[in-house]
Design a protein. Structure first.
Length: 233
């Protein structure tokens, strides 16, 4: 009694599941050894292109303040206090004071503000970052004002006060990478990753240095034996 195709299908299914991994391994082994390189390049290109198209542009605006020493205070003190005030830019006290003028909560300001100081000049740079150009300038100006006000409270004790040097202006262009740049960076990163995969990937069975070096041929053995006999004579 023969079984119908519907009855044979459940019996064939487990066999196909058992042979599928073996066929997959065979197909992978037959691929050229350099196949990870183009795959990584394509993945990197797609990732960079997607980031350039989907990520929102980011704008940066920077305002500057300068530490000025009083008459009885030396210029080195102004340089030292500029370094100290630069570290206080991202403190909770400064950000809580600036959040009202910046229009951002303190938690968001922590990731949208950074400060830079110079070891050679008593200058403090405060940079605000946002996906809106006007908002980036507002953040930088609000934070620098907060630092200046804080320094004014203790200027009589320190002998150093901060003054605003420049006002942050609305940026014209975003600082985030454009679509072509993001695609190029993704392609380069994918190529680098693919090259690293090729370097660390184990060699296939049967590929060794000893197997690639040709050994002596039969003619060479015969010539060597003949020369040895002539020397003996």
């Amino acid at each position: 009694m023969t079984e119908s195709p519907e009855q044979q299908r459940p019996a064939l299914l487990p066999k196909r599941l058992r042979t599928a991994p073996a066929k997959l391994r065979t197909a992978i082994v037959r691929l050229p050894r350099w196949w990870p390189l183009p795959v990584c390049v394509l993945l990197g290109t797609a990732s960079g292109l997607s980031y350039g198209l989907l990520a929102s542009p980011q704008y940066e605006a920077t305002s500057y303040a300068m530490a000025v020493a009083e008459e009885e205070t030396g210029p080195l003190a102004a340089l030292g206090y500029a370094q100290s005030y630069g570290r206080l830019v991202t403190s909770d006290a400064t950000l809580s004071y600036a959040q009202g003028a910046a229009g951002e909560p303190m938690r968001a300001l922590r990731s949208q503000v950074r400060s830079e100081t110079s070891p050679d000049s008593p200058m403090i740079a405060v940079t605000g970052t946002s996906d809106n150009a006007d908002k980036a300038a507002d953040i930088a100006n609000a934070v620098i004002e907060a630092v200046i006000v804080s320094s004014g409270h203790v200027s009589k004790d320190t002998g150093v006060k901060l003054i605003k040097f420049t006002h942050a202006m609305k940026p014209d262009q975003p600082v985030s990478p454009s679509v072509p740049l993001g695609t190029a960076v993704g392609t380069a990163a994918g190529g680098l990753l693919g090259g690293l995969v090729l370097l660390v990937r184990p060699r296939r069975a049967g590929w060794s240095v000893s197997a690639q070096v040709p050994g002596p041929t039969a003619a060479d053995d015969h010539t060597s034996t003949t020369d040895d006999r002539e020397l003996v004579r």
